[in-house]
Design a protein around this ligand. Structure first.
Ligand code: SAM
Length: 261
């Protein structure tokens, strides 16, 4: 694989050996990897903060940068929201919208067992893996929050999402592994990358319990515009910076009726 240009060939070889059945399969896997297929699609697994998640051909592979959103979402669920008197007693549903294979949902299910988790995505292939990764969750196919069942409206404590947020014109800057092997609908978010962010923030008011929050991963360069949008509809916003200098999480809280509004 080194000769095929894999930068982390030794690490990747270790991952292949961990999951491979026999030498025949190893040969086939090395050929696929050398041809540019993502390692995670080949072995059907991705490690995410100690979780061993199922993935497969044709779906978005969770990125390590999304551990930031996972940590923010888990904290919102466990302490900042469900732990407060303000919304204690309400079911406190957690939603991962645009869930893909559901790394954030899996993280919350592990860190706050018993929290009701709902997953939504438009892609049935992604939902197939999401259901395997979070067997206790309800998974629904459909557009953003419109996929949620009616009885959940007004009862959601936290919505977290890694929407597709790459600006359409940045396609040429993405690695071939992403462009050639992940669905465009999982990557691109319109001219400024914020199409789904805008719609999700707009739709969140109907599903959130008063005091509930939306947490969204995006690029640092997009967060001022996204925060302005949330401010406009009366949410209180804060920004959590990642260590990579690029990834941020926008937390927007619906402060209707809250004493600290
Ligand atoms: C960037 S991927 C993130 C997946 C997952 N959250 C993760 O971090 O691995 C975006 C996901 O959003 C889904 N998606 C795109 N447009 C959507 C929409 N309008 N409604 C629901 N899901 C959508 C895609 O199918 C894809 O699985």
């Amino acid at each position: 694989m080194k000769s095929a240009g894999c930068v982390f060939a030794d690490d990747e070889a270790r991952v292949l050996r961990r999951w491979v059945r026999d030498d025949g399969q190893l040969d086939a896997w090395v050929r696929r990897r050398a041809a540019g297929e993502p390692l995670e699609h080949i072995v059907g697994r991705v490690e995410f903060g100690g979780l061993d998640l199922h993935v497969g051909t044709g779906v978005f592979v969770p990125r390590q940068r999304s551990l930031l959103l996972a940590a923010v979402a888990a904290k919102l669920v466990s302490t900042e929201l469900l732990g407060t008197e303000l919304i204690r007693g309400i079911d406190g549903i957690f939603v991962e919208a645009c869930c893909g294979v559901a790394p954030i949902g899996a993280w919350v299910a592990r860190s706050s067992p018993g929290t009701p988790v709902i997953l939504t995505d438009t892609d049935e292939r992604a939902l197939h893996f999401a259901r395997r990764n979070v067997p206790t969750a309800d998974a629904h196919r459909g557009d953003l929050l419109a996929a949620l069942p009616e009885p959940t409206l007004g009862r959601v404590a936290v919505v977290a999402a890694v929407t597709p947020y790459v600006p359409d014109s940045y396609a040429g800057l993405l690695p071939a592994e992403a462009v050639d092997h992940e669905p465009p609908a999982a990557l691109f978010g319109g001219s400024d990358g914020l199409d789904a962010v805008r719609r999700l923030i707009g739709a969140s008011r109907e599903v959130l319990v008063p005091g509930g929050a939306v947490a969204l991963e995006m690029h640092r360069g997009q967060v001022t515009a996204a925060a302005a949008l949330a401010d406009e509809i009366g949410y209180r916003t804060r920004i959590v910076d990642g260590d990579d200098g690029q990834t941020v999480v926008l937390v927007a809280r619906d402060s209707r009726g809250m004493p600290w509004r």
